[in-house]
Design a protein around this ligand. Sequence first.
Ligand code: SAH
Ligand code: DHB
Ligand code: MG
Length: 221
Amino acid sequence: MNQKSWAAVDDYIVDALFEADPVLEAVIAANHDQGLPAIDVSPAQGKLLSLLVRIRGAKRVLEVGTLGGYSTIWMARALPADGKIVTLELDPHHAGVARSNFERSGVSERVDLRVGPALQSLSALGAENAEPFDFVFIDADKPNNPNYLSWAMRLSRPGTVIVCDNVIRDGAVLDEDGHDANVEGARAAFSFIGGDKRLDGTAIQAVGSKGYDGFAIAVVE
Ligand code: SAH
Ligand code: DHB
Ligand code: MG
């Protein structure tokens, strides 16, 4: 099995199970036109995030790493009318593209996009005494995974679900030599989840249109 068959199976999943979605297609096209890297979650993964938000019954979602808002839109669509997703993005250009994508998708009212280094936005959320989040998706600069997980814990309550993207990295997660900061970030996510008694977690290896990678998933006790 290779990338070609993983991508073909992803296409099959989308064709068999998803309605045609011109809005999300326009989002991906806008991201491309605006020069954003194509590192959003895949359609099948976006749908998984939306299902997890629904299964959790989440009303408040926190996302670290917006890019053009593709994953944000999947999760925002799964929220009830009074739900909210706070999404954090460093790059003002990415944030601008995301904002227009939120308009295009009709989710702007449910999205609170905060521009700047996520660690600053997280500490602002802490200082605001923000209501705890029900669901957290971590998908930004990987070396900060432990810091983001630590903030996720502070902004959570029992039952909060935390998902962390890109923790398998073509299997490079097994490399212990510390030469790749993104791999170290993936390993740090495992250490954090494995080492915190308040978290019960696993990871799912995934192949598909975006290659071989995966999500860590944990619930706060
Ligand atoms: N979740 C998106 C993809 C995010 S890509 C999706 O699936 O559609 C990672 C994003 O994290 C990039 O847009 C990058 O600019 C942003 N990022 C990197 N470092 C960051 C930081 N320190 N604070 C906030 N965002 C950051
Ligand atoms: C990269 C980042 C991501 O969040 C992702 O899903 C895939 C790739 C990257 O920085 O290369
Ligand atoms: Mg990612």
